[in-house]
Design a binder for this molecule. Structure first.
Ligand code: NAP
Ligand code: F7E
Length: 354
């Protein structure tokens, strides 16, 4: 903890701060008075769009959002960041998080998602050992770890991972448990079912659908190519789920927690709901492209989050219909802006000829 304006402020370190969950979690922790440290990967183009609205210039006095260049593949850098941030809480959200991509890049996925977690846990272990500080660790586990296990899935359900991503997350989960038991560290594994938002990456199916619906509505797109429409997912709102992460680290003991809504819908049902928000018939626009099928699919995820609801007093606040509506509304605004830019570009191009 550090003293800020005479008050004690907690310090949190977030890997994956530039991702969907990292951005919502940063907002939440800043609103609670934390100083938030985040690691950012070096990229040839800007990758901070999701946190630009909370960015604080390094020259600002009393800055409470601090970004560090680091990568889960580089343990020396991670160590330096942990020593600089002196975190009370570490949220390990950084990952190659796309299931389909993990079949194309399995080794990289294992390095970032499994080995990256191990590297960070080892930093924490040494840091706690050398400083005697109390540090709590959140590991971003996934319902993908259940894979082919029969629904509903709870903390007691055995894992049956079906992708290199899921296998890597299972390894990270067990590294967490081993470090908890071996070194008495406070390490909690969240097992989060799919959670979405207007900030969701555009290649995940929900966002791909709501982006396309908006663009089709304003005339910028004609077709939407998708894979398996029959897969069923338990979809919640990311803003509700980062609240659960924080609650897990405030709990009096570490453990493993499933976070889910308890309702599942198929991709087809998501499509139906999203397109009907804009009075569109999805059947007119969607084509199946087998390129989006996965070598091994996860058919049915439905979470039982009784433990989190009881022990953490957590429950989702956003329904499926509200989530879809929120995403569609946001993507319709985005498409309308895109169309304006498109039209203005046309004018600008014309002007450049005169
Ligand atoms: P996301 O939007 O894909 O964000 C992933 C974050 O990880 C980004 O900030 C990314 O940086 C960073 N990252 C990727 N590789 C890295 C590396 N080698 N070193 C450091 N950072 C790296 O994912 P999300 O939806 O927010 O999910 C957050 C976490 O929860 C992930 O671990 C994901 O696997 C897990 N999870 C997600 C869900 C879900 O439904 N959203 C459910 C269960 C678990 P760039 O911005 O530079 O790419
Ligand atoms: O796929 C099907 C696809 O990529 C959902 C990640 O956040 O949640 C996410 O993983 C379903 C699958 O998410 C397309 O086959 C059909 O059955 O949106 P997704 P995911 O694989 O469930 C878990 C919990 C995580 O932990 C992950 O990090 O939709 N699907 N057609 C498609 N999926 C995609 N991406 N694109 C399609 O065109």
């Amino acid at each position: 903890m550090e003293v800020l304006g005479g008050e004690l402020s907690k310090s949190a370190l977030i890997t994956g701060i530039t991702g969907q969950d990292g951005s919502y979690l940063s907002e939440l922790l800043l609103s609670k008075g934390y100083t938030v440290h985040g690691i950012v990967r070096r990229s040839s183009s800007f990758n901070t769009a999701r946190i630009d609205h909370i960015y604080q210039d390094p020259h600002e006095a009393g800055r409470r959002l601090v970004l560090h260049y680091a990568d889960l593949s580089d343990s020396t850098g991670l160590r330096r960041v942990v020593e600089a941030a002196l975190p009370d809480e570490i949220y390990n959200l950084g990952a190659q998080s796309h299931v389909k991509v993990s079949f194309e890049n399995p080794e990289y996925t294992a390095d970032a998602d499994a080995m990256g977690t191990l590297r960070l846990l080892d930093c924490m272990r040494d840091h706690v050992h050398h400083t005697g500080r109390q540090v709590r660790f959140y590991q971003a586990g996934s319902s993908e770890m259940f894979g082919a296990a029969k629904p509903p899935q709870s903390e007691a359900t055995p894992f049956y991972p079906r992708s290199p991503y899921a296998v890597s997350k299972v390894a990270a989960h067990w590294y967490g448990i081993n470090y908890r038991e071996a070194y008495g560290l406070f390490i909690t594994n969240g097992i989060l079912f799919n959670h979405e938002s207007p900030r969701r990456g555009e290649t995940f199916v929900t966002r791909k659908i709501t982006r396309a619906a908006g663009r089709i509505k304003v005339g910028l797109q004609k077709k939407l190519f998708l894979g398996n429409l029959e897969a069923r997912r338990d979809w919640g709102f990311a803003g509700d789920y980062v609240e659960a992460m924080w609650r897990m680290l405030q709990h009096h003991q570490s453990g493993d927690f499933v976070i889910a809504t308890g309702e599942a819908f198929s991709v087809r049902e998501f499509l139906e709901e999203a397109f009907s928000c804009l009075d569109l018939h999805w059947e007119k626009y969607v084509e199946i492209d087998p390129a989006y099928f996965r070598p091994t699919e996860v058919d049915y995820l439905l979470g039982d989050s009784t433990k989190a609801r009881t022990a953490l007093n957590w429950e989702p606040k956003t329904s499926f219909k509200q989530l879809v509506r929120m995403m569609v509304d946001s993507d319709l605004r985005l498409a309308e802006n895109e169309r304006l830019i498109h039209e203005n570009k046309f004018v600008a191009a014309d002007l450049s000829r005169v």
